[in-house]
Design a binder for this molecule. Structure first.
Ligand code: FRU
Length: 935
């Protein structure tokens, strides 16, 4: 019941946990997905920068990045070629391999970069060219100021400032880069209108401050009024060169770019006269690129506005630039804050996720806990109820066992009282009986009967005494009254009681001990019972001429005295050995039924002495009981010790009680030489010697009596003797009576023998079992001898009636029992052999025995039992019958008939025929079968 609940509870818990796991997996997988799943990268823009180290380019990149913040989902791959066209070509190739969606490029030089940009464009990658150009028109859009216009604006401005007269040096950018080419062309056109302006020298500063300084320094003697450098860096380099030659004063220096913290500052510091604003276009390039990618309308040429910044507007410009700068910084700050907010938002989202998960977990666990609690509560309730039930049952059991104890106490009290009650009448039977037996005038038959009574009264007395002793030890807690005695002398005295018996039965009875005296503490009134018991047991199972030895010595353990009672008796089976000390244990073959109480009592007594008893036994070899008794008296309580020699209990009557069973029945041993031979024989199979002897005596007057004490021996006797009837006990050593009946009734040699089963077991089942085994009668003990005798007579008379069946022909449908069927079979076989050998004059009984596979005696007995005639008489009768038939029905001569019925000569035939029928065969034939004395 409880188990079922536990299983249901566990199953539901498992279901909840399964659900919980599923929920957790879902929640965690969604969280993980949020955190780690790649964002959908909408666009990848590759940006190839010719050089990234100067301020102008840094500003360009910053602008781009700032702009990109507003366009999520765009990745910018940035490459810096560091002023090398070759490197830049390789970098563009690599960007294209990385599958960019759009290319922004500021080519270092126009020509070297043209092929790779055209390739990208032709492959469908949109190209936004920024600041510098390639030599091709194959690009998607251009972002940058008009460099030609810048050059021209610079030329015109310079002419104005020089009042249209003066010598000018032009410091150009990298040769081959488009701004250098276009600015140079514009500048040329700008000053063309002013013939007084003379461009005295053009040098390449390659966009670099140091290179420009070096080139200007190289122009040692040139007297100049102005310098136009293609960027502010090179303008500063030129200023530095002039300053080194102390020739800077009054020279107007103009640059390009006008970054607020660079060119504009130089103008504000009057190092440069002016700078042409050249916007980087970073923001515009990104916007144009996204318009292209998003397929929105866009301008192919995005020309950025430019303006001259000089002393007149530089402060305003600076202010504006600074404002823009600060605004941009604000924007940056806001973007950073936005990022921070974003981060916080994401963190909060994570925390929220965890909270949600925890909440779900809490709910689930709470639910599970609630269910568990409810289940627990329910189970507890059930357990409580169960507990209550069990307690009540326990209480009932206690009460019942108390009642049982009282009842068994009462039963044992009853047995003890009854036993005590038995003792007096038994003793009163014994004494007068012994007197009567002692009377010399008593007839022999009566004496035998009285001796039988005497033996059995003693037997009863022994059992009653043992029962009382057992009861005393087991239930009344009988105490030892131990004293220190010489065990050797004590044993010798007990042995002396068995001397006569041993001599009579030629049993070698010995006491072996290394010492004459061994002192042991024991209760002599108890230990004598032990020794009497063991010795009478040995005598019971030892055959005449055997050996019984008691040896007493100090045990090897040095703590005990060992008493060994050893015999050469029949020994015990393993099972009997195991149960030797059990109360009333009955072995399978029942050899031990006489010792049921004695050995159990023995063990109890030895245990009371704090000793031990063991048995060793082997079938056919013998049995040895070994007793260990502790030395000294330290193991005994003071109350268990008595001082002085203890007196043996004289009332015990030990000797007679224990030896009465052990003498061979005199009846059996009686000489039967004078008995007259009897017609009918009986086989008695009974293991109780007295009963066997008694029955033998009672039936010997009328029948030849064979006896057997065990089952197998009985079967052997039945086959050897083929008696006319068998009386058998049911519980027997080696084979039961039922088994004997079954075996004999199913064997053609013995099937005709009536069997009476005789037993103390009077139950209906036992009787049915006996009858099933085809026993002819079943008589229960105690039986009435007259009834048994009448039953024997009756069965034998019935057997006689049956004989006629086999000598005359009966209708085949005559109802027969199984045994008579077997007998019928025997008769058919027997008469068949005889019939087919009637003509054989040498035909003998041996031929029939051989033909039927049985012995001569079995054949004689069987034929006699079934037909009450001898075999030779039967054969002769069959021959004459056949002769009669032949004489009447066949036309044969006497001589021919003589040989057909197995007579050696016609004369002999005639003589026998006449002796039987009082007429010769010829007279018989003549008179047509009428004979004077028909048989
Ligand atoms: C920066 C720079 C600028 C100039 C531009 C021309 O690298 O030299 O100063 O205006 O490039 O491409």
């Amino acid at each position: 019941m409880f188990n079922n609940h536990a299983i249901t509870f566990l199953a539901s818990l498992a279901n909840h946990l399964r659900l919980l796991c599923l929920t957790l997996v879902l929640i965690f997988s969604s969280c993980v997905k949020n955190k780690t799943a790649p964002k959908k990268e909408e666009y990848v823009i590759g940006f190839s920068q010719c050089v990234g180290s100067d301020q102008w380019r840094k500003t360009m990149l910053d602008e781009m990045k700032r702009e990109l913040v507003f366009h999520s989902g765009v990745t910018l791959l940035y490459e810096d070629a560091n002023n090398s066209s070759n490197i830049q070509v390789e970098q563009v190739k690599s960007l294209l391999e990385r599958k960019i969606d759009l290319l922004i490029i500021s080519p270092n030089e126009a020509k070297p970069l043209t092929p790779i940009v055209e390739e990208a464009f032709n492959n469908g990658i949109p190209v936004v060219v920024i600041d510098r150009k390639t030599s091709s028109k194959l690009y998607t859009a251009y972002v940058g100021a008009n460099n030609y216009e810048i050059g021209k604006m610079a030329g015109e401005y310079l002419a104005n400032r020089l009042k249209q007269r003066g010598k000018v040096i032009e410091v150009m950018g990298l040769p081959g880069s488009s701004p250098a080419i276009e600015r140079q062309r514009g500048f040329y056109d700008g000053v063309k209108a002013f013939p007084g302006i003379d461009i005295v020298k053009q040098v390449y500063g390659n966009w670099l401050i140091n290179k420009a300084e070096q080139e200007v320094l190289n122009l040692k003697d040139a007297k100049i009024d102005a310098v136009f450098a293609h960027n502010d860096q090179m303008a500063l380099g030129s200023y530095n060169a002039l300053k080194k030659r102390k020739a800077e004063a009054g020279v107007k220096i103009i640059g390009v770019d006008a970054l607020s913290d660079n060119g504009q500052q130089l103008v504000a510091n009057s190092i440069l006269t002016a700078s042409m604003l050249y916007p980087t276009g970073g923001k515009e390039a990104v916007r144009t690129a996204l318009a292209i990618l998003n397929k929105e309308p866009f301008e192919k040429e995005n020309i950025l506005k430019t303006v001259v910044i000089d002393s007149t507007n530089v402060q305003l410009m600076k202010m504006q630039s600074e404002k823009i700068d600060s605004q941009q910084k604000d924007i940056k700050k806001q973007q950073d804050m936005l990022d921070e907010q974003n981060r916080i938002y994401k963190d909060q989202q994570s925390v929220l996720n965890i909270l949600v998960v925890s909440l779900v977990l809490a709910l689930v666990f709470g639910g599970v806990a609630l269910i568990a609690l409810t289940e627990n509560w329910k189970n507890n309730k059930k357990l409580e109820a169960k507990n209550f039930e069990i307690t009540q049952q326990q209480q009932q059991l206690l009460e019942m066992s108390e009642r049982a104890k009282v009842a068994s106490e009462a039963k044992f009290n009853f047995f003890t009282n009854i036993s005590h009650e038995f003792r007096t009448p038994l003793t009163l039977i014994l004494s007068p009986l012994e007197d009567v037996i002692a009377d010399p005038k008593l007839p022999l038959q009566a004496k035998d009967n009285l001796k039988l009574i005497n033996r059995n009264v003693l037997r009863l007395l022994r059992m009653v005494n043992q029962l009382i002793d057992f009861r005393k030890i087991e239930y009344d807690g009988m105490r030892l009254s131990a004293s220190e005695n010489n065990l050797i002398a004590f044993t010798r005295e007990i042995l002396s009681s068995f001397r006569d018996l041993a001599a009579k039965r030629r049993i070698d009875l010995k006491l072996v001990s290394p010492a004459k005296e061994i002192s042991v503490w024991y209760d002599s009134n108890m230990l004598d019972k032990v020794l009497f018991n063991l010795l009478s047991n040995s005598f019971k199972f030892t055959r005449d001429g055997g050996k019984i030895t008691i040896s007493i010595r100090r045990a090897e353990d040095g703590k005990n005295i060992e008493i060994n009672v050893q015999d050469t008796g029949i020994g015990m089976s393993e099972e009997e050995r195991e149960h030797a000390f059990d109360l009333f244990y009955q072995g399978k073959v029942d050899q031990f039924k006489g010792s049921g109480l004695g050995l159990a009592l023995t063990k109890e007594i030895i245990q009371l002495h704090k000793g031990d008893i063991k048995v060793k036994s082997e079938q056919g070899i013998g049995t040895a009981f070994t007793i260990l008794l502790p030395e000294g008296s330290s193991h005994l309580a003071e109350s268990e010790k008595v001082t002085g020699l203890s007196e043996a209990d004289q009332n015990y009557n030990s000797i007679k009680i224990y030896t009465t069973d052990l003498e061979n029945s005199e009846v059996e041993a009686k000489e039967k030489a004078f008995d007259s031979p009897k017609d009918l024989s009986l086989l008695i199979i009974e293991d109780n010697e007295d009963l066997r002897g008694f029955l033998q005596q009672k039936f010997s007057d009328e029948y030849e009596v064979f006896t057997s004490a065990d089952g197998l021996q009985g079967i052997r006797e039945a086959f050897d003797r083929v008696p006319d009837l068998i009386i058998s006990d049911v519980v027997l050593p080696s084979k039961t009576g039922t088994e004997i009946a079954q075996l004999l009734k199913n064997d053609i040699r013995t099937s005709h023998i009536p069997i009476i089963l005789l037993t103390a077991k009077g139950s209906a089942e036992q009787q049915i079992e006996g009858m099933n085994a085809m026993a002819d009668a079943y008589i229960t003990k105690p039986f009435n001898l007259q009834y048994l005798k009448a039953s024997v007579k009756n069965l034998l008379r019935n057997r006689n009636l049956l004989k006629s069946r086999f000598t005359t022909e009966l209708p085949s449908d005559h109802k027969q029992n199984i045994s008579s069927k077997l007998d019928k079979k025997f008769m058919n076989e027997f008469s068949g052999i005889v019939e087919s050998n009637l003509a054989n004059e040498n035909f003998s009984v041996d031929d029939i025995c051989k033909g039927m596979g049985i012995s001569r005696i079995q054949l004689y007995r069987k034929v006699k039992a079934l037909m009450d005639t001898s075999i030779t008489d039967y054969i002769l009768s069959r021959r004459l019958q056949k002769a009669k038939y032949l004489l009447l029905n066949e036309n044969l001569t006497i001589s021919e008939i003589t040989y057909q019925v197995g007579f050696s000569s016609p004369t002999y035939f005639s003589t026998v025929f006449k002796a039987q029928y009082k007429c010769t065969p010829s007279e018989f034939k003549r008179n047509n079968g009428s004979v004077s004395n028909k048989k």
